[in-house]
Design a protein around this ligand. Structure first.
Ligand code: ADE
Ligand code: ZN
Length: 361
């Protein structure tokens, strides 16, 4: 057996060379929220700039402490009422793109599909047109300064109801640019069953947008079935409660519906995973499900994409060759053209082979 296929603890030397390899490989990330990349410094500067009053927050370290949430609802409240609410002027988003550039660059992510949730920004008086212009501008900056390609998925959101989601979908279609690839459904899963958003997603699909949804992050397998049945999603955000339903695991494997798995995020929100070791991703992989690896909200959960790979290695969940297969899955689960996926994977594979590593089949 090749050294990088072993699952027992790897030596420090092997781990270091795998980490070096992981950084060197050009990667994709497909489940990442723009506002979740905002550094503590960025949010703290905005809080000070506008003199915002946030309960229990008198200092930057108080703010950081707020990030230790105990469940998804608490997280969404932090996300909307603290993080998103700190942005008051369109220029405030500039710093966010710098944070994104640094994150993407240090992880060598050359292509990403990033969620942006406009609802709270619109309620705070931003115009959709200006927000979309900013996404275009930001994407151009990321390309020029950090040599990374970015596309956006508009999170129509469960947080503000069905009419708001339809409005977001309509606005997305009205102001569509080449930088927007689709819509997604994020927010509090418990309070927004997928079937409520059927019409919104039908409209998006009819207009050739890609569609994804967070499902099975905070609610059982029925939520994943509903996202597939009612929303016709092409990928599932998280999907980890599928671990409770063998028929669903089989369906996901048969249909090769990619799961956008974000292990560290799941440990924060504490529903269907309590440790890396017992994270459902292992069973999914063994049963042939198309799993991809992502960070979700890297600044809020204090995790880089490269760390997500390393955590699964360090905790004996996957061998190096299995992790490289998951990296490949992630590239192939993007909404890039087949040619671009093949090109990106060819670059990655060349580096893997040159360094003497192999990819699980
Ligand atoms: N928005 C940002 N992160 C999210 C998550 N993990 N689940 C649902 N909505 C989100
Ligand atoms: Zn997410």
């Amino acid at each position: 057996m090749n050294a990088n296929m072993r699952k027992e603890p790897v030596s420090v030397k092997e781990r270091n060379s795998f980490k070096k390899l992981l950084i060197e490989i050009p990667k994709a990330e497909i489940h990442l929220h723009l506002e979740g990349i905002a550094s503590v410094d960025t949010i703290w500067n905005l809080i000070q700039k506008y003199g915002l009053k946030i309960e229990g927050v008198q200092s930057k370290s108080d703010l950081k402490k707020k990030y230790y949430i105990k469940n998804l609802d608490e997280f969404i409240s932090l996300y909307i009422n603290v993080i998103q609410d700190s942005f008051k002027e369109i220029e405030d988003l500039d710093e966010l793109f710098h944070d994104a550039g640094k994150y993407l660059n240090r992880n060598n992510i050359v292509y990403s599909e990033i969620f942006f949730a406009p609802s709270r920004f619109l309620l705070n008086g931003f115009s959709f047109k200006n927000l979309i212009q900013k996404l275009t501008e930001g994407s151009n900056i990321l390309k020029k300064q950090y040599h990374t390609d970015t596309r956006f998925i508009i999170d129509v959101s469960r947080s503000f109801g069905i009419d708001n989601a339809m409005r977001n979908c309509n606005l997305t279609l009205k102001y569509l640019t080449d930088y927007i690839v689709g819509i997604g459904l994020g927010g509090p899963e418990r309070h927004g069953p997928a079937k409520d958003y059927k019409k919104v997603f039908e409209k998006a699909v009819k207009n050739k947008l890609h569609v994804v949804a967070h499902a099975g992050e905070d609610v059982g397998p029925e939520s994943i079935w509903d996202a597939i049945k009612y929303l016709n999603v092409e990928r599932i955000g998280h999907g980890i409660s599928a671990i409770l339903d063998n028929e669903l695991i089989q369906h996901l494997a048969d249909q090769q519906i990619p799961l956008e798995v974000c292990p560290t995020s799941n440990l924060f929100t504490r529903r269907y995973a309590t440790s890396y070791e017992d994270h459902p991703i292992k069973t999914f992989y063994e049963k042939g499900v198309n799993v991809t690896l992502n960070s979700d909200d890297p600044a809020l959960f204090g995790v880089d994409l490269v760390d997500e790979y390393l955590h699964l290695l360090d905790h004996g969940v996957f061998s190096m060759s299995q992790l490289l297969k998951i990296l490949k899955n992630t590239i192939y689960a993007t909404f890039l053209s087949k040619k671009k996926k093949d090109d990106l994977w060819a670059q990655a594979e060349k580096i893997i082979t040159a360094n003497g590593f192999t990819v699980d089949r």
